[in-house]
Ligand binder design. Structure first.
Ligand SMILES: NC(=O)c1ccc[n+]([C@@H]2O[C@H](COP(=O)([O-])OP(=O)(O)OC[C@H]3O[C@@H](n4cnc5c(N)ncnc54)[C@H](OP(=O)(O)O)[C@@H]3O)[C@@H](O)[C@H]2O)c1
Length: 298
């Protein structure tokens, strides 16, 4: 039996869909933890066991992990957490305990690239995510952290300016190439690991996408796919912080985002070479055609 957290989230919903597609052949039972079961996609509701509540809650995870062979673990973004430690390791504390007491075999977590790079210790959200990985691995459960770069899907937050002004913004140097991955590939990597009972120990599985791209490269591909010019506008880290604070995000999260983006410009995502094992298939062009363009035209 596999337990899925955040089944309504971007990655979690795609992990759920993938595991349901293979359920007939894999024979795996699926259980989800969801705050509001009404938000599950209709067809899924009849095919999964539902534990209602937050996966930060000791009682909820204690019930949900009983009889679980594997767990898909995602810490939801919490822009109002008092600290990044609370947002990641604090959120995971009850689950880490329950992995042990419930005898869970394997855990696959969504985390970030950066381990082993000079920037890893001062990379805000990523530093906190790597500490969460250590917390989970420290329980002795078999653990794989999906080590992700920035998601292509982050651009969906900028559909308005892309459509209305032909512009997207970020803090990275316009010519700096870095890996970028589609959420669908991260979900596919998670589903593969969750269905494989052979791995043991702790480690990370990078999901690097098929190529490194700079913001300028991405602007060019978006322009070609959308058939209208899209340009990149570089924002200072101070402006990013002010923008996020303007959205009402808390001090810890804002500082964590700023530190993470500074670390990305210092090479946080450059520590893992791309190989057939670390690459993932979806190109940025394909993602633009299949995900961004429909969102822009909607
Ligand atoms: N974006 C990036 O570039 C990037 C890069 C590396 C790693 N990551 C990591 O990726 C993860 C996010 O994955 P995602 O994009 O798939 O997430 P997402 O789409 O934001 O979904 C998060 C889900 O969590 C649920 N949720 C929110 N608050 C909750 C709470 N307090 N208790 C329980 N559930 C809650 C929400 O579901 P309901 O509202 O239905 O309850 C939501 O569907 C984060 O851990 C982030 O650090 C992101």
């Amino acid at each position: 039996m596999i337990v899925i957290t955040t089944p309504t989230g971007d990655i979690g919903s795609q992990v759920l869909a993938s595991l349901l597609r293979s359920a007939a052949s894999s024979g795996e039972k699926i259980r989800v933890i969801v705050r509001d079961p009404a938000r599950l996609p209709g067809p899924a509701r009849d095919q999964v066991d539902v534990v209602a509540g937050s996966h930060a809650d000791a009682d909820v995870v204690g019930r949900a992990f009983a009889g679980a062979d594997a767990v898909f673990w995602v810490v939801p973004p919490d822009p109002h957490a008092p600290s990044l430690q609370a947002a990641f390791s604090g959120f995971t504390q009850a689950a880490a305990q329950a992995f042990k007491t419930r005898g869970v075999g394997q855990v696959v977590g969504v985390s970030a690239l950066g381990r082993g790079t000079p920037a890893a210790g001062h990379a805000g959200l990523v530093t906190a995510s790597l500490a969460m990985d250590d917390l989970i691995a420290g329980t002795g459960v078999a653990y794989r952290a999906l080590a992700n770069p920035s998601f292509m899907d982050n651009l969906l937050r900028q559909v308005g300016p892309i459509r209305d002004e032909g512009v997207f913004s970020g803090t990275t140097d316009a010519g700096r190439k870095a890996p970028v991955a589609a959420a669908r590939d991260i979900a596919a990597a998670a589903a593969r690991l969750l269905l494989d009972r052979s791995w043991t120990g702790a480690g990370s599985v990078p999901v690097l996408g098929p190529e490194d791209l700079s913001p300028e490269d991405m602007a060019r591909v978006m322009s070609e796919v959308l058939g209208t010019p899209v340009r990149y506008q570089r924002q200072s880290l101070a402006d990013l912080g002010a923008t996020l604070a303007g959205y009402g995000m808390g001090d810890a999260f804002v500082a964590g985002m700023v530190a993470m983006m500074r670390a990305k410009d210092e090479g946080l995502d450059d520590g893992v070479p791309r190989t057939p094992q670390t690459a993932s298939p979806t190109t940025f062009r394909q993602w633009c055609e299949e995900v961004l363009k429909p969102a822009v035209l909607a």
